[in-house]
Design a protein around this ligand. Sequence first.
Ligand code: EPU
Length: 338
Amino acid sequence: MVYIQENISLKPFNTFGIDVNAKHYVSVTSIPQLKEVLKLKTYPRKLILGGGSNILLTKNQDTLVIHINIKGIHIVSQTENDVIIQAQAGENWHEFVLWALNNNYGGLENMSLIPGHVGTAPIQNIGAYGVELKDVFESCEAISIENGITKTFTKTDCQFGYRNSVFKQKEKGKYIITSVNFKLSKKNHKLLTQYGSITSQLETMNIKTITIQDISKAVISIRQSKLPNPKEIGNAGSFFKNPIVSKQVFNKLVSQFNDVPNYPINENEIKVPAGWLIEKAGFKGKRFTSHGVHNKQALVLVNYGGANGLDIFELSKLIQQTVNRLFSISIETEVNIL
Ligand code: EPU
């Protein structure tokens, strides 16, 4: 049996904390329940909600919101070196990372403290501090919204890219991911400490023999120092993707500023941090009445309390236009605007 509720506030279910209503709402905790809901003909329009950490709600949702709360973590198989773990879509991402670390399974530690649920992680190939979901991904199961049939997607099927996958392209809006299989290491863990400030953070923590648990602690400290806790200040992490620009555009930028942080992608393309561009455009820490740009990381737009989703959306457009006018670079949103 499923219980459909009417006119439910989505405020507790989106990390931006935007108070809009769902016309119809259902929380599903099992695959049979999900299949039952998908069969209902009364609700042709459906919105699938996971951890709500990558959406900006700009209006009441005149749909059936299906909230995926299917839980469970188990070992599928293992060898001497590796283990395949299956986590259900409704598991909280960070709690899953902590579970892996408690069992001394390696591979997820650099992605500690990313908000959201396991099931939505593959959609945008979440990543942080030099690791992306695709590096530990084995496969996922997904249910077709149209006919309720389950399909397994391999890593190749998912076509992962930078904050991108087949679920944002060809299969957009067609599937609900119900579980993800991860391949994690049991020993000889790869310790990825090169990215950003992990090494200096580990030094500050005075750690000599580094473990995966230490890397997780370092990542947590760095994130807590830069990124607002959604439980205190509403936000959806990086609002924009880092743009990949041509050498020509990059050289023009370097002629204006000699300190442009950059990550070469190939011979002709360079990734430039959008946060840096937004800061140079003067938006960092800018506060409007109840919304603004975070003062420690300009990529993050925030709701100080009671903000309207449309106001945040307008601010995002102003930022895009200003960055484009000043630097001739377009920055795309990472967050889904609904
Ligand atoms: N920077 C600034 N000003 C800012 C923000 C950043 O000058 O306001 C500069 C930093 O000094 C640094 C560079 O930009 O030189 C990169 O900054 P940072 O390491 O903080 O990473 P990012 O590129 O801004 C990306 C991800 C984050 C992820 C971090 C760490 C995207 C869109 N964002 O941010 O992901 O945590 O790297 O790996 O790729 C998320 O997706 O929600 C998210 C938080």
